[in-house]
Design a protein. Structure first.
Length: 396
């Protein structure tokens, strides 16, 4: 056989963006006996398995051929109607035609990025921010610029200064129970972000996978609901945290022109989201009380958050600090000066407990002392045992 010429090289974006450290840590913690605070996973024992099974049965009983057939890119009308009603009930007038059903809200972010971002465009993000968003923008060839934040989130004056200096295409934000920090942007700052976007010309991408998981305090209106934001905000929502992540169902609410462009991008990606999953979700929303189910999730997660917070003083080195999120799935902590969370993780995994170091979540100036702890997938008793193991690892 003659010498063969190798195939052409991968695209630069395929080799310039690394894999997710969170996924790598989760792989390390799959062995039995590990108590993991690493993953941002819903508690599987809280899934409404009977209700969802009944919803799938109803989808096949009512229209089996439709359930197994191709469907429209925009999404099943009955599911869009149900989502629109839920969004409107939370204070943002929305109709079915304002929505695009996506294969998880992660796809919604990918579609918006494909629609708006060209190589070299500047994208603003909170610092730190959702790791998969950094991957998404990196694959698009964007130049990611981190907006200065404090314990409440984006600093509006710093945002305005960056917009004037960098001329970004969009700002990506998770203003409610943010991943990884759990913090929530106050209403006044949300209004300031919307005003800055309108005054200086900026797209807003508001990601809200955790907004219904509030354990205390009062709800804060979406950024999308503020004056000036209506014609420039893509709002991303998900059923992963309140129904089940395996459904891979999310939604995108966006201005008409942006939504139409996202529809074309979705046609190129997967034609449409799974028909049977959409119809089952629509049947579930019609037949079950999702709000009551979310209430049960909140009660369980509130107890687990409190168990984590009460045990942290004895688990982390003296001088460590952490926040108290009003909802969501994460507590953000910082070790004392001179400590490194990645080094602590090695000892922790050896002791059958895990968390996620915070450094990979930063768009700039990573802080090696930081760590993210998720409290959702373990009972209070398991959390107490995990913190005992973490204390032993920290003492090594």
């Amino acid at each position: 056989m003659r010498d063969q010429i190798p195939p052409p090289a991968f695209a630069a974006r395929a080799t310039s963006v690394g894999g997710s450290p969170v996924r790598e840590i989760l792989a390390l913690t799959e062995r039995p006996g590990v108590i993991s605070f690493a993953g941002g996973l819903p508690a599987p024992e809280l899934f409404d398995t009977r209700g969802l099974q009944a919803a799938y049965d109803a989808a096949f009983t009512a229209a089996p051929r439709r359930a197994l057939q191709y469907s429209t890119t925009e999404g099943a009308p009955e599911l869009r109607e149900a989502v629109a009603a839920r969004v409107a009930a939370r204070g943002l007038p929305t109709g079915p035609d304002d929505l695009l059903v996506t294969t998880g809200s992660q796809q919604a972010l990918t579609l918006i990025t494909a629609t708006l971002v060209e190589p070299g465009d500047v994208v603003l993000v909170e610092n730190p921010t959702y790791l998969a968003a950094l991957q998404c923008f990196g694959l698009a060839g964007a130049r990611v610029v981190a907006v200065p934040c404090d314990e409440q989130g984006i600093l509006p004056d710093a945002l305005a200064e960056l917009v004037l200096r960098e001329r970004p295409k969009l700002l990506y934000t998770i203003p409610t129970f943010q991943n990884p920090t759990g913090r929530t942007l106050p209403a006044a700052r949300r209004a300031a972000v919307a005003e800055t976007a309108a005054r200086l010309g900026l797209w807003l991408v508001e990601d809200d996978p955790y907004g219904e998981l509030r354990y205390e305090g009062t709800d804060v209106p979406w950024v999308a609901a503020h004056p000036g934001a209506a014609d420039r905000t893509a709002l991303l929502g998900s059923f992963s945290k309140i129904m089940a992540p395996g459904l891979r169902l999310g939604w995108l609410r966006a201005p008409a022109a942006l939504r139409r462009a996202a529809v074309v991008a979705k046609q190129a990606a997967d034609l449409h989201t799974s028909t049977v999953d959409q119809l089952a979700a629509a049947h579930y929303l019609a037949a079950s009380d999702l709000d009551a189910h979310v209430g049960r999730i909140r009660d369980a997660y509130r107890e687990r958050r409190d168990a984590l917070l009460s045990g942290l003083p004895g688990a982390l080195p003296p001088g460590s600090e952490w926040n108290r999120p009003e909802g969501g799935m994460f507590v953000w902590a910082s070790l004392p000066e001179g400590h490194d969370a990645t080094a602590l993780l090695k000892s922790a995994v050896a002791g059958d407990v895990a968390f996620v170091p915070g450094a990979p979540f930063f768009g700039a100036d990573p802080d090696p002392r930081t760590l993210r702890l998720s409290f959702t997938t373990h009972t209070p008793a398991e959390i107490a045992e995990g913190l005992r193991r973490l204390a032993a690892a920290a003492a090594v």
